[in-house]
Design a protein around this ligand. Structure first.
Ligand code: DOR
Ligand code: ZN
Length: 344
Protein backbone atom coordinates (compact mmCIF):
# COMPACT_ATOMS: atom_id res chain seq x y z
CA UNK A 1 0.00 0.00 0.00
CA UNK A 2 1.32 3.44 -0.91
CA UNK A 3 2.22 5.69 2.03
CA UNK A 4 3.53 9.22 2.30
CA UNK A 5 5.33 10.57 5.37
CA UNK A 6 5.82 14.32 5.61
CA UNK A 7 6.44 16.97 8.22
CA UNK A 8 3.18 17.82 9.95
CA UNK A 9 1.40 20.40 7.78
CA UNK A 10 -0.27 23.71 8.67
CA UNK A 11 -3.47 25.29 7.34
CA UNK A 12 -2.72 28.90 6.40
CA UNK A 13 -6.40 29.92 6.07
CA UNK A 14 -9.32 28.53 8.05
CA UNK A 15 -12.68 29.66 9.49
CA UNK A 16 -13.51 28.25 12.92
CA UNK A 17 -16.55 30.41 13.83
CA UNK A 18 -17.49 30.76 17.50
CA UNK A 19 -20.05 29.50 20.02
CA UNK A 20 -21.56 26.03 19.44
CA UNK A 21 -19.90 25.53 16.05
CA UNK A 22 -16.40 26.12 17.39
CA UNK A 23 -16.12 22.90 19.36
CA UNK A 24 -17.49 20.85 16.47
CA UNK A 25 -15.08 22.16 13.83
CA UNK A 26 -11.75 22.88 15.60
CA UNK A 27 -10.92 19.20 16.32
CA UNK A 28 -10.95 18.32 12.60
CA UNK A 29 -8.30 20.92 11.85
CA UNK A 30 -6.29 20.22 15.02
CA UNK A 31 -6.01 16.51 14.14
CA UNK A 32 -4.53 17.21 10.71
CA UNK A 33 -2.57 20.41 11.19
CA UNK A 34 -0.06 21.71 13.74
CA UNK A 35 -0.99 25.36 13.23
CA UNK A 36 -3.65 27.33 11.42
CA UNK A 37 -4.18 30.94 10.45
CA UNK A 38 -7.61 31.67 11.90
CA UNK A 39 -9.88 34.07 10.06
CA UNK A 40 -11.38 36.95 12.08
CA UNK A 41 -14.77 37.35 10.33
CA UNK A 42 -16.90 36.60 13.36
CA UNK A 43 -19.96 38.57 14.44
CA UNK A 44 -18.68 40.94 15.76
CA UNK A 45 -15.35 40.73 13.89
CA UNK A 46 -12.02 40.32 15.71
CA UNK A 47 -10.75 43.88 15.33
CA UNK A 48 -8.24 44.26 18.15
CA UNK A 49 -5.65 42.34 20.13
CA UNK A 50 -7.88 41.95 23.17
CA UNK A 51 -10.60 40.25 21.13
CA UNK A 52 -8.03 38.07 19.37
CA UNK A 53 -6.46 36.92 22.64
CA UNK A 54 -9.90 35.97 24.01
CA UNK A 55 -10.87 34.16 20.80
CA UNK A 56 -7.56 32.29 20.88
CA UNK A 57 -8.39 31.03 24.38
CA UNK A 58 -11.85 29.87 23.25
CA UNK A 59 -10.21 27.92 20.43
CA UNK A 60 -7.58 26.32 22.69
CA UNK A 61 -10.35 25.26 25.10
CA UNK A 62 -11.88 22.98 22.44
CA UNK A 63 -8.68 21.39 21.10
CA UNK A 64 -8.94 17.66 21.95
CA UNK A 65 -6.81 16.49 24.88
CA UNK A 66 -3.39 15.25 23.81
CA UNK A 67 -3.44 17.12 20.50
CA UNK A 68 -0.81 19.84 19.99
CA UNK A 69 -2.35 22.66 17.98
CA UNK A 70 -1.50 26.34 17.75
CA UNK A 71 -4.03 28.86 16.42
CA UNK A 72 -2.39 31.85 14.71
CA UNK A 73 -4.63 34.87 15.02
CA UNK A 74 -5.47 37.61 12.52
CA UNK A 75 -6.84 41.13 12.86
CA UNK A 76 -9.93 42.09 10.84
CA UNK A 77 -9.10 45.39 9.15
CA UNK A 78 -11.75 48.11 9.01
CA UNK A 79 -11.88 51.76 7.98
CA UNK A 80 -11.04 52.63 11.58
CA UNK A 81 -8.38 50.04 12.49
CA UNK A 82 -6.09 51.21 15.26
CA UNK A 83 -2.63 50.67 13.76
CA UNK A 84 -0.88 50.97 17.12
CA UNK A 85 -3.04 48.20 18.63
CA UNK A 86 -2.23 45.99 15.63
CA UNK A 87 1.50 46.66 15.91
CA UNK A 88 1.46 46.05 19.67
CA UNK A 89 -0.60 42.86 19.21
CA UNK A 90 1.91 41.62 16.66
CA UNK A 91 4.83 42.50 18.92
CA UNK A 92 3.13 40.58 21.77
CA UNK A 93 2.63 37.57 19.46
CA UNK A 94 -1.15 37.75 19.59
CA UNK A 95 -1.45 38.65 15.92
CA UNK A 96 0.37 36.81 13.15
CA UNK A 97 -1.18 38.85 10.34
CA UNK A 98 -4.06 41.16 9.40
CA UNK A 99 -6.90 40.41 6.99
CA UNK A 100 -8.36 42.73 4.40
CA UNK A 101 -11.97 42.07 3.54
CA UNK A 102 -13.22 44.58 0.99
CA UNK A 103 -16.54 45.80 2.44
CA UNK A 104 -19.45 43.45 1.57
CA UNK A 105 -17.21 41.08 -0.42
CA UNK A 106 -18.15 37.91 1.50
CA UNK A 107 -19.50 36.38 4.73
CA UNK A 108 -19.38 38.90 7.59
CA UNK A 109 -17.48 41.44 5.51
CA UNK A 110 -19.91 44.30 6.09
CA UNK A 111 -17.45 46.03 8.39
CA UNK A 112 -14.61 45.54 5.92
CA UNK A 113 -12.63 48.25 4.21
CA UNK A 114 -14.58 50.61 1.90
CA UNK A 115 -11.53 52.13 0.18
CA UNK A 116 -7.98 50.77 0.40
CA UNK A 117 -6.60 54.32 0.57
CA UNK A 118 -8.22 54.76 3.97
CA UNK A 119 -6.03 51.93 5.16
CA UNK A 120 -2.75 53.41 3.90
CA UNK A 121 -1.52 54.61 7.33
CA UNK A 122 -2.16 51.12 8.75
CA UNK A 123 -0.46 49.47 5.75
CA UNK A 124 2.56 51.74 6.28
CA UNK A 125 2.81 50.52 9.87
CA UNK A 126 2.41 46.90 8.74
CA UNK A 127 5.15 47.34 6.17
CA UNK A 128 7.45 48.88 8.77
CA UNK A 129 6.84 46.08 11.29
CA UNK A 130 6.75 43.21 8.74
CA UNK A 131 3.14 42.26 9.51
CA UNK A 132 1.75 40.27 6.56
CA UNK A 133 -1.39 41.57 4.83
CA UNK A 134 -3.79 38.76 3.91
CA UNK A 135 -6.25 39.79 1.23
CA UNK A 136 -9.65 38.56 0.15
CA UNK A 137 -8.89 39.45 -3.45
CA UNK A 138 -12.25 40.38 -4.90
CA UNK A 139 -13.44 43.76 -6.15
CA UNK A 140 -17.19 43.73 -5.63
CA UNK A 141 -19.17 46.23 -7.64
CA UNK A 142 -22.41 46.07 -9.63
CA UNK A 143 -20.45 46.69 -12.84
CA UNK A 144 -17.97 43.85 -12.27
CA UNK A 145 -19.00 40.32 -13.31
CA UNK A 146 -18.70 37.91 -10.38
CA UNK A 147 -16.23 35.77 -12.34
CA UNK A 148 -14.00 38.81 -12.94
CA UNK A 149 -13.84 40.01 -9.36
CA UNK A 150 -10.35 38.65 -8.70
CA UNK A 151 -8.95 40.18 -11.87
CA UNK A 152 -10.58 43.53 -11.02
CA UNK A 153 -9.11 43.41 -7.51
CA UNK A 154 -5.63 42.77 -8.89
CA UNK A 155 -5.86 45.73 -11.27
CA UNK A 156 -7.66 48.22 -9.07
CA UNK A 157 -6.48 47.40 -5.54
CA UNK A 158 -3.58 44.96 -5.41
CA UNK A 159 -1.24 46.51 -7.99
CA UNK A 160 -1.53 50.05 -6.59
CA UNK A 161 -0.94 48.65 -3.09
CA UNK A 162 2.15 46.73 -4.24
CA UNK A 163 3.48 49.95 -5.75
CA UNK A 164 2.68 52.15 -2.77
CA UNK A 165 4.23 49.71 -0.26
CA UNK A 166 7.21 48.03 -1.92
CA UNK A 167 8.18 46.01 1.17
CA UNK A 168 4.71 45.01 2.42
CA UNK A 169 4.27 41.22 2.55
CA UNK A 170 0.99 40.16 0.97
CA UNK A 171 -0.85 36.84 0.70
CA UNK A 172 -3.48 36.57 -2.02
CA UNK A 173 -5.79 34.22 -0.15
CA UNK A 174 -7.67 31.46 -1.98
CA UNK A 175 -6.31 32.41 -5.40
CA UNK A 176 -8.75 31.28 -8.10
CA UNK A 177 -7.43 32.50 -11.45
CA UNK A 178 -4.37 32.35 -13.67
CA UNK A 179 -4.22 36.16 -13.29
CA UNK A 180 -3.79 35.68 -9.55
CA UNK A 181 -1.09 33.05 -10.05
CA UNK A 182 0.75 35.40 -12.42
CA UNK A 183 0.76 38.41 -10.08
CA UNK A 184 1.99 36.27 -7.19
CA UNK A 185 4.84 34.83 -9.27
CA UNK A 186 5.79 38.30 -10.49
CA UNK A 187 6.08 39.53 -6.89
CA UNK A 188 7.30 36.32 -5.28
CA UNK A 189 9.97 38.04 -3.19
CA UNK A 190 7.23 39.32 -0.87
CA UNK A 191 3.99 37.75 -2.10
CA UNK A 192 2.39 34.34 -1.76
CA UNK A 193 -0.97 32.68 -2.34
CA UNK A 194 -2.99 30.04 -0.56
CA UNK A 195 -4.90 27.48 -2.61
CA UNK A 196 -8.08 25.70 -1.50
CA UNK A 197 -8.97 22.07 -2.24
CA UNK A 198 -12.20 23.02 -3.99
CA UNK A 199 -10.54 25.39 -6.46
CA UNK A 200 -8.00 22.67 -7.31
CA UNK A 201 -10.59 19.92 -7.63
CA UNK A 202 -13.54 21.59 -9.35
CA UNK A 203 -14.37 24.16 -11.97
CA UNK A 204 -17.55 26.24 -12.06
CA UNK A 205 -19.56 23.48 -13.73
CA UNK A 206 -19.63 21.78 -10.33
CA UNK A 207 -21.98 24.47 -9.00
CA UNK A 208 -24.58 23.55 -11.64
CA UNK A 209 -24.09 19.79 -12.11
CA UNK A 210 -27.63 18.51 -12.81
CA UNK A 211 -29.13 21.31 -10.70
CA UNK A 212 -27.90 23.92 -8.27
CA UNK A 213 -25.34 22.61 -5.76
CA UNK A 214 -25.23 24.93 -2.75
CA UNK A 215 -22.39 23.00 -1.11
CA UNK A 216 -20.16 23.88 -4.08
CA UNK A 217 -20.78 27.59 -3.61
CA UNK A 218 -17.96 29.55 -2.03
CA UNK A 219 -16.30 32.93 -2.50
CA UNK A 220 -14.38 33.56 -4.59
CA UNK A 221 -16.68 31.42 -6.71
CA UNK A 222 -15.24 28.44 -8.66
CA UNK A 223 -13.83 29.49 -12.01
CA UNK A 224 -13.42 28.07 -15.53
CA UNK A 225 -11.31 25.01 -16.29
CA UNK A 226 -8.35 27.00 -17.67
CA UNK A 227 -7.97 28.66 -14.29
CA UNK A 228 -8.22 25.37 -12.41
CA UNK A 229 -5.41 24.02 -14.59
CA UNK A 230 -3.23 27.05 -13.75
CA UNK A 231 -3.94 26.61 -10.03
CA UNK A 232 -3.03 22.92 -10.13
CA UNK A 233 0.24 23.71 -11.88
CA UNK A 234 1.05 26.35 -9.25
CA UNK A 235 0.22 24.14 -6.26
CA UNK A 236 2.17 21.15 -7.54
CA UNK A 237 5.15 23.18 -8.80
CA UNK A 238 6.91 23.23 -5.44
CA UNK A 239 7.43 27.01 -5.84
CA UNK A 240 7.74 28.59 -2.42
CA UNK A 241 5.09 31.25 -3.09
CA UNK A 242 2.22 28.72 -3.16
CA UNK A 243 0.97 26.92 -0.07
CA UNK A 244 -1.92 25.20 1.60
CA UNK A 245 -4.88 27.17 2.94
CA UNK A 246 -8.16 25.30 2.99
CA UNK A 247 -10.58 28.21 3.51
CA UNK A 248 -12.66 25.57 5.29
CA UNK A 249 -15.82 27.58 6.04
CA UNK A 250 -18.59 25.75 7.92
CA UNK A 251 -22.20 26.86 7.59
CA UNK A 252 -25.26 25.01 8.87
CA UNK A 253 -26.94 22.91 6.20
CA UNK A 254 -30.19 24.90 6.26
CA UNK A 255 -28.28 28.15 5.75
CA UNK A 256 -26.59 26.78 2.62
CA UNK A 257 -29.63 24.95 1.22
CA UNK A 258 -31.69 28.13 1.31
CA UNK A 259 -33.29 30.73 -0.92
CA UNK A 260 -30.14 32.81 -0.44
CA UNK A 261 -27.46 30.36 0.62
CA UNK A 262 -24.21 31.12 2.43
CA UNK A 263 -20.82 30.86 0.73
CA UNK A 264 -18.31 28.33 2.01
CA UNK A 265 -17.07 24.75 1.67
CA UNK A 266 -16.45 22.84 4.90
CA UNK A 267 -13.37 20.83 3.99
CA UNK A 268 -11.63 20.46 7.37
CA UNK A 269 -12.51 16.77 7.95
CA UNK A 270 -10.97 15.73 4.61
CA UNK A 271 -8.56 18.55 3.88
CA UNK A 272 -5.30 16.65 3.42
CA UNK A 273 -7.08 13.84 1.59
CA UNK A 274 -8.59 16.31 -0.86
CA UNK A 275 -5.23 17.90 -1.65
CA UNK A 276 -3.60 14.49 -1.95
CA UNK A 277 -6.09 13.52 -4.63
CA UNK A 278 -4.88 16.51 -6.65
CA UNK A 279 -1.18 15.81 -6.10
CA UNK A 280 -1.62 12.11 -6.94
CA UNK A 281 -3.54 12.94 -10.13
CA UNK A 282 -0.78 15.34 -11.12
CA UNK A 283 1.94 12.79 -10.34
CA UNK A 284 3.39 15.30 -7.89
CA UNK A 285 3.28 13.57 -4.49
CA UNK A 286 6.98 14.40 -4.13
CA UNK A 287 6.01 18.11 -4.08
CA UNK A 288 3.29 17.72 -1.45
CA UNK A 289 5.49 18.37 1.58
CA UNK A 290 6.68 21.70 0.17
CA UNK A 291 3.10 22.83 -0.44
CA UNK A 292 1.64 21.55 2.84
CA UNK A 293 4.46 21.85 5.35
CA UNK A 294 7.40 23.97 4.18
CA UNK A 295 6.41 26.93 2.00
CA UNK A 296 3.93 28.46 4.46
CA UNK A 297 6.25 28.58 7.47
CA UNK A 298 9.07 29.92 5.28
CA UNK A 299 6.88 32.82 4.11
CA UNK A 300 5.74 33.64 7.65
CA UNK A 301 9.29 33.30 9.04
CA UNK A 302 8.32 30.40 11.29
CA UNK A 303 10.07 27.06 11.69
CA UNK A 304 8.64 24.04 9.89
CA UNK A 305 7.06 21.49 12.23
CA UNK A 306 9.39 18.79 13.56
CA UNK A 307 6.84 15.99 13.95
CA UNK A 308 5.77 13.84 11.00
CA UNK A 309 2.48 12.40 9.79
CA UNK A 310 1.89 9.44 7.52
CA UNK A 311 -0.85 9.28 4.92
CA UNK A 312 -1.99 5.98 3.54
CA UNK A 313 -3.53 5.36 0.13
CA UNK A 314 -6.56 3.55 1.55
CA UNK A 315 -10.25 4.21 0.83
CA UNK A 316 -12.16 5.75 3.72
CA UNK A 317 -15.64 7.23 3.92
CA UNK A 318 -15.60 10.84 5.13
CA UNK A 319 -18.21 11.92 7.70
CA UNK A 320 -21.65 12.48 6.13
CA UNK A 321 -22.60 15.26 8.54
CA UNK A 322 -21.48 16.96 11.73
CA UNK A 323 -24.23 17.61 14.29
CA UNK A 324 -24.34 20.93 16.11
CA UNK A 325 -26.47 20.67 19.21
CA UNK A 326 -29.87 22.41 18.88
CA UNK A 327 -28.80 24.16 15.68
CA UNK A 328 -28.63 21.54 12.93
CA UNK A 329 -25.76 19.98 11.04
CA UNK A 330 -22.85 20.81 8.75
CA UNK A 331 -22.26 18.91 5.51
CA UNK A 332 -18.56 18.41 4.78
CA UNK A 333 -16.84 18.12 1.43
CA UNK A 334 -17.13 14.59 -0.05
CA UNK A 335 -20.10 13.68 2.19
CA UNK A 336 -21.47 10.32 1.03
CA UNK A 337 -18.46 9.64 -1.20
CA UNK A 338 -15.21 7.75 -0.74
CA UNK A 339 -11.82 9.36 -0.50
CA UNK A 340 -8.72 7.39 -1.33
CA UNK A 341 -6.40 8.60 1.43
CA UNK A 342 -6.44 8.39 5.19
CA UNK A 343 -4.21 9.39 8.09
CA UNK A 344 -2.21 6.46 9.49
O1 DOR B 1 -16.79 31.01 0.78
C1 DOR B 1 -16.36 31.73 1.67
N1 DOR B 1 -16.73 31.57 2.94
N2 DOR B 1 -15.52 32.72 1.34
C2 DOR B 1 -15.13 33.63 2.24
O2 DOR B 1 -14.40 34.52 1.88
C3 DOR B 1 -15.65 33.61 3.62
C4 DOR B 1 -16.08 32.28 3.99
C5 DOR B 1 -16.94 32.27 5.23
O3 DOR B 1 -16.56 32.90 6.21
O4 DOR B 1 -18.00 31.65 5.22
ZN1 ZN C 1 -11.77 32.48 3.97
Amino acid sequence: MQTLTIRRPDDWHVHFRDGPLLKQVVPFTARQFARAIVMPNLIPPVVNAKMAAAYRQRILAVVPAGVAFEPLMTCYLTDTTDGSDLVAGHRDRIFTAAKLYPAHATTNADEGVTDIKRLYPVLAAMEQHAIPLLVHGEFVHADVDIFDRERAFIDRVLKPTLEAFPRLKIVLEHVTTSDGVDVVRANRARMAATLTPQHLLFNRNAIFAGGIRPHMYCLPVLKREKHRIALRAAATSGESCFFLGTDSAPHLRHLKEAECGCAGVFSAPVALQAYLRVFAEENALAKFEAFASLNGPAFYGLPANESRITLVNKNTPPPTNIKVENLGEIVPLFAGEQIEWSLA
